[in-house]
Design a protein around this ligand. Structure first.
Ligand code: ME8
Length: 646
């Protein structure tokens, strides 16, 4: 099979931020995944370099437009290797062949009678680089850029988008996968339920010179979208290139919802006018927000990818981005959230599984993959790995990366539990149980091998290290068929492991940042000290910091057999775990499912009435209606499960 996947081409009016990084990480991950399944893949990204805002930005910086676009485009190009993103093609709209192709298409569409000259008055948003309809404005402002658009009247060229409206509606209805997730497909269909206005595609050169001249009227340059969208064709050598033949019919575009209309309406109608088959799929994601507001260069609340890579490491950043955002919905960025993911999912779960398992193989089997007794029918991890592979393939194909990672983490967490349940350290003491020990170790190593494959698209660097540690050949991660190599039992016994460094050193939570400046802090500490000294058993801030409090969502609850007091709660925090709580007298299971409660997340597990409890739920002991009872603690607004409490 063949895959052609693109990101938007980013405006060069400022430097890359987390939003651009996310789309490009998603696209890189998908490319790597498709390669793992055996596809021939082409991945394209690039920069959009014409238009009002670029010309304005260049002027602000005191540079010529060309100098300016070369510089900022270079920043985008240089950012991607830092994030281990490997596009096959980086296109710039100032490339000569792009300019020539845009002009050729303009002429073709004009000759067909789909471009006409007319006068127009409209509300123009420079941020969006398009006229907004009255309906789109919120309190007279652009809802994305929070600016009042400028009223502009001018004579311009228009593209007869309306001519293709019905054909587009029919196509969207007949192809449910054309625009996903479904919410965006519905949004587009709803927009198309009203008559489409034609699209203004030009700017007079009296107002803007930084654009591609119209081939049929050199007093005008083309309007940004008619130029930019065509990059998806020029990048594969349209009209005559071999790559165009190979890739166009399978084109998939990845964008955020801000540019849904240009991609779901302008672009398909342009393609129809050109007489080409429509692209295959449009994948639309939500916004990364910081403090509830969309992160954007115009608003100025940006998070820089290079900084995050410097602080947390590239694979942690890639993992965080894909795990934290449910593709299609908005997500919130915070340093706490990324540290929590790193320490919990990466260092504790994955890192520990790798180091514990391999350390035991070094200790108990001289660092060599053991052979398994055929008679041992322990298939716990094998069965789980097979079902995880099925979920993984389906969700990765559907751009549900957070779900793929959840499934993979289920395997990691079960493998960690498998160590505890099987106690290899006990097995090793009994010479008669060597066979069993070997099976347990083999199953763990084979699980790790599969993890290197499943996680390679998301964390290529880490998987390379893991593969080296497992003694796998260098090209093991480039295997071309995940379905084949994703099968159980491919790890060869006798393979020698290699010692590697810890995969994810934990990131210390910065206490300094939370403290007031030095002098003030000293004064404050003195005060606190006197007060603390009077509190019996007072703990220090450092001691308190060791307690990991989190918000957990109760997903299931049941009474514990033979106990009047205990409820067994299954919670999402965000890993799934069981907590046994002494609240049965006050709450019935059906009342509390869906509730968000506060938990202590890093307690040593204990067994209560035979059920292992992995944490503790916080509750207030209080007098209510004259009776003493426990009242569960909760948060005042719904928050993502697993949020840290500080
Ligand atoms: O629109 N959250 O370029 P652009 C998530 N040149 N993704 C975000 C984001 C955020 N807060 N902010 C930006 C343009 N993005 C045009 C595109 S394509 C033919 C022309 C990402 O630099 C996301 O992919 O404004 C979004 O669609 C894109 O950057 C917009 O980039």
């Amino acid at each position: 099979m063949t895959t052609y996947i693109t990101t938007p081409i980013y405006y060069v009016n400022a430097q890359p931020h987390l939003g651009h990084a996310y789309t490009t990480i998603v696209t890189d991950t998908y490319s790597r995944f498709r390669r793992l399944t055996g596809d021939k893949v082409r991945f394209q990204t690039g920069t959009d370099e014409h238009g009002d805002k670029i010309a304005e930005a260049a002027e602000r910086e005191g540079e010529s437009p060309k100098e300016y676009v070369d510089r900022i485009s270079g920043m985008f190009r240089d950012t991607w290797p830092l994030l281990n993103i490997e596009p096959d093609n980086f296109i710039r709209t100032t490339d000569k062949n792009h300019v020539a192709t845009v002009q050729r298409i303009l002429q073709q569409v004009h000759d067909k009678g789909d471009i006409y000259f007319d006068k127009y008055t409209g509300q123009y948003c420079t941020g969006c680089e398009r006229f907004l309809t009255e309906k789109e404005l919120v309190d007279g402002k652009c809802p994305d850029h929070l600016t009042v658009p400028e009223e502009i009247t001018e004579q311009n060229y228009f593209f007869r988008m309306s001519r293709y409206q019905q054909e587009l509606i029919d196509h969207i209805k007949a192809n449910p996968e054309f625009i996903t997730p479904e919410r965006y497909r519905n949004e587009v269909l709803s927009f198309l339920s009203e008559p489409l206005e034609d699209l203004c595609i030009s700017r007079p050169t009296s107002r803007l010179t930084w654009g591609i001249p119209l081939p049929f009227d050199d007093k005008f340059v083309t309007y940004v979208w008619f130029d930019a969208l065509i990059n998806y064709l020029t990048g594969i050598g349209y009209p005559d290139g071999e790559d165009f033949e190979t890739y166009w019919s399978v084109a998939e575009h990845v964008i955020a919802k801000d540019i849904l209309k240009p991609h779901a309406i302008y672009w398909p109608t342009m393609i129809l006018s050109m007489g080409l088959p429509l692209y295959k799929k449009l994948h639309v994601h939500g916004y990364w927000n910081v403090d509830e507001t969309k992160m954007s260069k115009s608003i100025g609340n940006v998070v820089r990818p290079a900084e995050l890579v410097g602080k947390y490491g590239v694979d942690c950043f890639r993992y965080f981005a894909l795990r934290e955002m449910s593709f299609g919905l908005d997500a919130s960025f915070s340093a706490d959230a990324i540290v929590a993911r790193k320490n919990s999912d990466l260092a504790n779960d994955l890192g520990n599984l790798f180091s514990r398992s391999t350390a035991m193989v070094f200790k108990y089997n001289d660092g060599v993959v053991p052979s398994v007794s055929v008679a041992d029918d322990d298939t716990v991890l094998k069965d789980l790995a097979e079902s995880v592979l099925a979920t993984y393939l389906e969700t990765m194909n559907n751009f549900q990366f957070h779900r793929s990672l959840q499934a993979v983490w289920e395997l990691i967490s079960q493998a960690n539990k498998y160590i505890v349940t099987n106690e290899p350290w006990t097995l090793v003491k009994d010479p008669e149980r060597v066979g069993r020990l070997n099976t347990v170790l083999y199953n763990l190593l084979e699980t790790l091998r599969l993890l290197t494959l499943f996680l390679q698209p998301v964390m290529p660097g880490t998987c390379k290290k893991m593969a080296a540690g497992l003694g796998l050949p260098e090209d093991s991660l480039l295997v071309t068929n995940l379905k084949e190599n994703g099968g159980w039992g491919k790890l060869e016994s006798g393979t020698g492991l290699k010692q590697i460094e810890a995969l994810f050193p934990r990131t210390k939570t910065k206490k300094k940042e939370q403290q007031p400046p030095k002098q003030k802090a000293e004064k404050k500490n003195k005060k606190q000290k006197t007060k603390a000294e009077t509190i019996e058993g007072a703990i220090t801030f450092d001691q308190f910091q060791k307690v990991e409090l989190r918000v957990a969502e109760i997903v299931a609850a049941e009474t514990v057999k033979k106990s009047d007091r205990l409820l067994k709660l299954t919670v999402n925090a965000p890993d799934e775990r069981v907590i046994v709580a002494g609240i049965a007298e006050y709450y019935s299971p059906e009342d509390i499912v869906g509730m968000q409660v506060l938990i202590v997340a890093n307690l040593q597990p204990v067994k209560l009435m035979g059920v292992e409890s992995q944490g503790m739920v916080l509750a207030a002991k209080a007098e209510v209606d004259g009776k003493s009872r426990l009242v569960l603690s909760t948060v005042s607004a719904h928050v993502p499960a697993g949020s840290t409490v500080s």
